[in-house]
Design a protein around this ligand. Structure first.
Ligand code: ADP
Ligand code: MG
Length: 240
């Protein structure tokens, strides 16, 4: 589904991604972990060109999205993204937030978008919040709405950048639960996270990023019980 070749990203003379090669198959749930500043967010944001790579190629569903000839906006509709800070539009109701992209891109009629929004609100367990505004919701509820909004376009892959890091501890579980259900439904997911329990129980593969490269990767059991890279060992000794 996603094929990354020699991906590089610099900000000015700051070389952040130093040649990433990665292949993500349909249905995989890939967790990305690693120290702060190692390039996890930059990597995720390059996957849908929120950041423009300075080298390498990214092929998504057979289309080279780094080729300016191709329509990135069209490809982006196939990728949902959820951010640490929710990023809901404060002046729009919950239902309007969810309907915005499909209506703006004329992918659904108003009636279809309404129906889809209500289905998604059921799915994230907030059917009674359709007409509420983001600031009337808890952080956990806002993040569940942000997930619903990302799902509104029926994406083929969902990208999550530390979706629970801004939440009070008692709200982390409700968001992870929605993500787990999405994983169980077969969604392809790439999740930057510090939630090691989630990575261990939900991910099919874990990537360890360190200083702009994928320094180690494995299936969860081996990743946690038999880490090879000394930096990964050190990282795990701090977070487990
Ligand atoms: P992580 O998500 O692993 O904490 P990031 O991908 O956010 O790491 O950042 C990696 C490095 O790139 C950091 O040194 C950060 O300061 C730098 N960086 C990220 N975004 C920008 C930007 N827009 N402009 C300049 N430097 C950036
Ligand atoms: Mg980050």
């Amino acid at each position: 589904m996603i094929d990354v070749k020699n991906l590089e990203k610099s900000f000015g003379d700051h070389f952040v991604l130093k040649g990433i090669n990665e292949h993500i198959n349909k249905g995989e749930k890939v967790a990305v972990i690693g120290p702060s500043g190692s390039g996890k967010s930059t990597f995720l944001r390059c996957l849908n060109l929120l950041e423009q790579p300075t080298g390498g190629t990214i092929t998504f569903e057979g289309v080279d999205i780094t080729d300016p000839q191709n329509d990135i906006n069209k490809m982006r509709t196939r990728m949902g993204m959820v951010f640490q800070q929710f990023n809901l539009f404060p002046h729009l109701s919950v239902k309007e937030n969810i309907k915005l992209a499909p209506l703006k891109l004329k992918l659904m009629t108003k009636a279809e978008a309404d129906k889809r929004a209500l289905e998604l609100l059921e799915r994230v367990g907030l059917p009674d919040k359709a007409d509420a505004y983001p600031k009337q919701l808890s952080g956990g509820q806002q993040q569940r709405i942000a997930i619903a909004r990302a799902l509104a376009m029926n994406p083929d892959v969902m990208l999550f950048d530390e979706p629970t890091s801004a939440l009070d501890p008692e709200m982390v579980g409700e968001v992870l639960e929605i993500m787990k259900e999405l994983a169980d439904d077969g969604m392809t997911m790439v999740v930057v996270t510090h939630e090691m329990g989630f990575a261990r129980s939900v991910a099919t593969r874990i990537l360890f990023m360190d200083e702009g490269v994928i320094a180690e990767q494995n299936e969860p059991e081996a990743f946690f019980t038999n880490p090879q890279n000394p930096r990964l060992r050190e990282f795990l000794s701090k977070v487990l």
